[in-house]
Write a protein that binds this ligand. Structure first.
Ligand SMILES: Nc1ncnc2c1ncn2[C@@H]1O[C@H](COP(=O)(O)OP(=O)(O)OP(=O)(O)O)[C@@H](O)[C@H]1O
Ligand SMILES: [Mg+2]
Length: 387
């Protein structure tokens, strides 16, 4: 259901419009002047705004200017009284979607709203698409460990050295891997990701190396494995600590001689793949327990990048929180909210066991549940889930 904000100082007009448009299935919010309208506009997302021009406190033109600064994507239709068509034209020049004159002709009103909504949908769709094709996400943070990691990425990206990325859940291991690929001269090639923990042991071999038709019961056609897909690019072996020992043996072979054989295949062939691996496990103790091959560990860990937990770099929390605030408000096409000083302080005190992923979720929750200003009290109320 599309939502419309109606701003008009004449109660009768507001009520009539609200009645007609609710009947048409729109969700309606009303405001009696530009000031009240702007307040509502900045605290919620509307699909269209219908706005009178002549109003006390803040007139329609001023509202238009301020609203477009807050969120230029929401179409604003101005309603002009007799005799101020010129102002209506001015409004359109300043970015209003269209104008209708008073008393509004019902058909014209509904068509204009329909057009405005269509435009709004297109704008949102375009944004979503742009985001989908957009580049690797920014790596935010100024703390010493993050600066060191960025430095290391710059240095290792140019080489083909294998990199092992370690760190707790949600610290940004995958992001590091993506940046290494992005900054390397393999960036025009593919970056292929395999989540070793998500693939059943008996399928991992075919997943990584592919198989020939008929090589086992469910192999009804030939399949290209991830190593082959990643040719001339990067293969990201995520959660490598969860890979079975037999798969580890096969991966070791590829790393040793750069050749793969498809399951059920006769000959082996060379692939040109850079391998980056990641894990949240302590591979050294996994080696001691006999769960991880030491020879594979040494092959994978030419360069080790350890991404510290968020609790170890609390100074980055305000920056990260602001970053997610902008990103998420944009995703929701809503005006950007803000944290008060004490909100940052409270965020810095939380024990972030889920690291950056958890921080992102908390910021999203705060955006949904709080007003324009997110305070320390809000953080205390909503951020820490009470047991
Ligand atoms: N420095 C950063 N700046 C901005 N966003 C970040 C940063 N680090 C991580 N993120 C974001 O946090 C989320 C989690 O990061 P990522 O998936 O890379 O973590 P991970 O270490 O691979 O986690 P897991 O161990 O659970 O697989 C992602 O949405 C990622 O884009
Ligand atoms: Mg990951």
């Amino acid at each position: 259901m599309a939502s419309i904000l109606i701003i008009d100082d004449e109660k009768a007009i507001r009520k009539t419009l609200a009645e007609i448009l609710s009947y048409e299935g729109y969700k309606i919010e009303e405001a009696a002047d530009g000031e009240e309208g702007l307040k509502k506009f900045s605290n919620a997302v509307f699909d269209v705004v219908l706005c009178d021009i002549k109003m006390p406190k803040m007139d329609g033109i001023e509202f238009l200017e301020k609203a477009r600064e807050l969120n230029p994507d929401v179409p604003i239709v101005v309603i002009s009284g007799h005799g101020n068509i010129e102002t209506a034209v001015e409004a359109v020049k300043k970015g209003a979607f269209d104008y209708i004159s008073k008393p509004p002709d019902l058909n014209r009103l509904l068509i204009t709203l329909r057009n405005a909504l269509d435009k709004q949908i297109l704008v949102t769709e375009t944004k979503v698409l742009k985001r989908k094709v957009s580049k690797v996400q920014q790596m935010v943070g100024n703390s010493e460990p993050i600066q060191k990691i960025k430095n290391t990425i710059e240095k290792v990206a140019q080489t083909d050295a294998r990199v092992l990325i370690t760190g707790e859940n949600g610290v940004g291991k995958e992001l590091v891997a993506r940046w290494i690929h992005e900054k390397s001269n393999r960036k025009t090639g593919p970056m292929v990701e395999v989540n070793c923990a998500a693939i059943p042991g008996e399928l991992i071999e075919s997943e990584l190396f592919g198989h020939e038709k008929g090589s086992f019961t469910s192999a009804i056609k030939q399949r290209i494995g991830k190593f082959e897909q990643a040719n001339n690019g990067t293969l990201f072996l995520d959660e490598i600590g969860d890979m079975s020992l037999s798969a580890q043996a096969k991966v070791l072979r590829v790393l040793q001689d750069g050749k793969i054989t498809r399951v059920g295949g006769e000959k082996d062939f060379s692939v040109n793949v850079r391998v980056i691996a990641a894990t949240n496990k302590d591979l050294r103790s996994e080696i001691e327990r006999g769960n991880f091959r030491e020879d594979l560990y040494h092959r994978l860990s030419v360069i080790v990048i350890h991404v510290p937990s968020l609790n170890e770099r609390r100074d980055d929390i305000p920056l990260l929180a602001d970053h997610f605030l902008h990103v998420i408000c944009q995703e929701y096409s809503m005006p950007v909210k803000e944290f008060t000083k004490d909100a940052y302080e409270e965020l810095k005190k939380i024990d972030w066991t889920g690291n950056i992923r958890e921080l992102r979720n908390v910021v999203e929750r705060l955006i949904i549940l709080c007003d324009k200003q997110i305070t320390g009290k809000d953080v205390l109320n909503f951020a820490v889930v009470k047991k």
